[in-house]
Design a protein around this ligand. Structure first.
Ligand SMILES: [Zn+2]
Length: 204
């Protein structure tokens, strides 16, 4: 099984992290800028799942992200966001002004990749890292990479210095593997997009 993790930026002008992880936990990571590069990577990796660290839907009842549209009365938060918050995490609301570009980009990736027959899930590495005992990125890339190694992940190019976008993509890809193996919890109502969280390694 292969999982492609993507930690997208909000624009083609900033780099996004990508990680291809197999179920032996061997991973290859890199960064990409354009939508084309990212969608091509998804095609070429032939993953069983694509796990994207970004909102992949608008709040229910929203037709767009414009604040001037009548749909704006439906707000900026999805049921899945609220469900993740209820679990004790702090997601950024889907249509916060600082999130709009990322959300719209994430939705476009989902649409393009699903049109090519790929399975796409939404993940939230912040929650995943907490549940897996992996430090957040403010702890520094070295600690984060070490914690991923402790999970059993083996980097194919161990000597190379990675950026945190790549390591967040590894976490996303790992959640994708958990999803494929049935070791996950889905937050949010089942008739809307759900956020996939790995089961906690800390629970006995
Ligand atoms: Zn609208």
């Amino acid at each position: 099984m292969i999982s492609l993790g993507i930690d997208p930026s909000g624009s083609e002008r900033r780099r996004s992290g990508l990680a291809v992880l197999d179920d032996d936990l061997k991973v290859y990571t890199w960064t990409a800028m354009t939508n084309e590069e990212i969608c091509r990577a998804a095609r070429e990796a032939r993953p069983d799942v694509v796990a994207i660290d970004s909102p992949l839907s608008l709040p229910k009842g929203r037709c767009c992200a414009r604040t001037s549209c009548p749909c704006a009365v439906r707000g900026i938060v999805r049921a899945a966001d609220r469900a993740v918050a209820k679990l004790g995490y702090h997601p950024f609301w889907t249509l916060l002004p600082s999130m709009v570009n990322l959300t719209l980009r994430g939705i476009s990736f989902k649409e393009r990749m699903e049109a090519e027959g790929l399975k796409v899930i939404e993940v939230y590495p912040g929650a995943a890292q907490d549940r897996l005992g992996v430090p957040r990125k403010k702890a520094g890339v070295d600690l984060l990479e070490e914690a991923l190694r402790d999970l059993g992940i083996r980097f194919r190019d161990p000597g190379r210095k990675r950026v945190h976008d790549e390591l967040d993509a590894v976490t996303a890809a790992y959640v994708g593997i958990c999803y494929l193996q049935g070791r996950y919890e889905a937050a949010g109502p089942s008739d809307e997009i759900q956020i996939i969280l790995p089961l906690s390694l800390r629970t006995s």
